[in-house]
Design a protein around this ligand. Structure first.
Ligand SMILES: *Cc1c(COP(=O)(O)O)cnc(C)c1O
Ligand SMILES: [Zn+2]
Length: 408
């Protein structure tokens, strides 16, 4: 069974019923977080008992919000590889380097975790019609999980969202709207229309359970490292659900007595062309301001204002981490490096974490024996339009095949 007890406002602490459809706190408008009876969970669960379970994020069912297993809407998401990256590690002077590779997940990005959790819970509560603003990957994941749950799905994306996200949503039967503007403009449209259209709005952190799906990344890292945590986690930050979720996961694991009170330094990575959290961090502020004319190839972190900004900033500071920005050029270079050195074709958001780590190493912020996990949050296969390729064209009837050497 699930040990969920209630929802609690992340700002003012007010409690809400988890067996009713909820959005944000009705007192202060901030995100709600799920709370569990961890003590009771600890009496029936132990670390060894998890070991042999199914290789999906639902192996942590007791600490997820769905009451009845039959409500689960799953495509096999989660339990992704924590892959060692020895060649890059050696090159940049961080020999203990791992890539948490979310590129192999259904729908090609880690948005699947959040939407598997959210759609499962929504289904359990009888929701039939869902809508969401998205920079791209969340739309594709919602379309897939919504289709599997038999729901009516509406997605609103910036008109310049990656084409694959538009196609994957359309093909899964979602009604797709393209908005002149950014994800925040799409978000405003959904909010304005939701009551009239009868939509349940699954916008990041306006809905309480996507973050529960993302928190399983924290459980997995702990389990995959033998119930210990790395010294540093580097994470590309848009809405921040992954960072907030993992931080929550570590607390729950500590409350279970499965890990101690040590925590990784949480490093939040943003793009130079859209860095509201970085700006607030540098200015010592608790909340971010709207970032004008946001621009980056890393579409998933092109979020000019995050509802959970105050949580991201609090976590980064509490953990002794920091916020780092990287340029699109550095991102492009890091994509090639990860693919050529480790055989993983990362998404730009994922590559941004390597670019950020390199900067930290240059600045002397990382010790050579620290254990570092960088996140590849999606597959590079979803972004092929970014890469021009020059390859000779050969007509076998006319041309011979000249072999050139391919130096590494
Ligand atoms: C959405 C997205 C992100 C940002 O994730 P948050 O947890 O919302 O900060 C990073 N990478 C990719 C590929 C994404 O789709
Ligand atoms: Zn509140």
């Amino acid at each position: 069974m699930s040990f969920i007890t209630h929802l609690e406002c992340s700002k003012c602490g007010r409690k809400f019923d988890a067996e009713k459809v909820q959005t944000v706190c009705t007192s202060c408008g901030k995100p709600l977080l799920a709370r569990y009876d961890i003590e009771a969970a600890g009496e029936t669960l132990d670390r060894g008992g998890i070991r042999g379970r199914e290789a999906t994020m639902w192996r942590y069912f007791e600490l997820l919000p769905v009451k009845d297993r039959s409500s689960i809407v799953s495509l096999g998401e989660g339990w992704t590889p924590l892959t060692q990256a020895p060649r890059i590690g050696k090159m940049i002077g961080v020999p203990k380097l791992w890539i948490k590779d979310e590129g192999v997940i259904p729908t090609g990005s880690f948005k699947a975790r959040g939407l598997s959790a959210a759609i499962s819970k929504a289904k359990e509560l009888g929701v039939r019609r869902v809508a969401m603003p998205s920079a791209g990957n969340a739309a594709g994941a919602l379309a897939a999980y919504g289709a599997r749950a038999g729901m009516e799905v509406y997605v609103l994306m910036p008109e310049d969202a990656p084409r694959v996200n538009i196609v994957e949503s359309h093909i899964a039967g979602a009604r797709v709207f393209l908005v002149k503007g950014l994800i925040t403009d799409a978000g405003r449209l959904v909010s304005e229309k939701e009551a009239e259209a009868g939509w349940f709005n699954l916008s990041t952190l306006r809905e309480p359970y996507r973050v529960e799906g993302k928190k399983t990344m924290g459980f997995e890292i702990a389990e995959q490292m033998g119930w210990s945590l790395p010294d540093i986690i580097v994470y590309p930050t848009g809405g921040g659900t992954g960072l907030i979720g993992m931080w929550k996961a570590f607390q729950e694991l500590e409350d279970l007595g499965w890990i101690g009170d040590e925590r990784p330094r949480m490093v939040s990575v943003q793009a130079e062309g859209c860095a509201p959290i970085y700006k607030a961090y540098m200015e010592g502020k608790q909340e971010s301001e709207y970032w004008e004319s946001a621009k980056t190839i890393a579409a998933g972190i092109r979020v000019p204002k995050a509802l959970g900004d105050f949580l991201i900033l609090r976590i980064v500071r509490e953990s002794g981490g920091m916020v780092v920005t990287v340029s699109d050029e550095e991102i492009m270079e890091s994509i090639g490096l990860i693919a050529k050195k480790e055989g993983i074709f990362p998404c730009p958001e994922g590559a941004a974490t390597l670019a950020a780590l390199r900067r930290l190493v240059d600045e002397g912020q990382v010790d050579g024996d620290e254990r570092v996990v960088i996140f590849n949050t999606g597959s590079g296969l979803k972004y092929v339009d970014l890469f021009p390729v020059e390859a000779p064209i050969i007509d076998p009837k006319r041309d011979g095949l000249q072999i050139f050497s391919n130096p590494l």
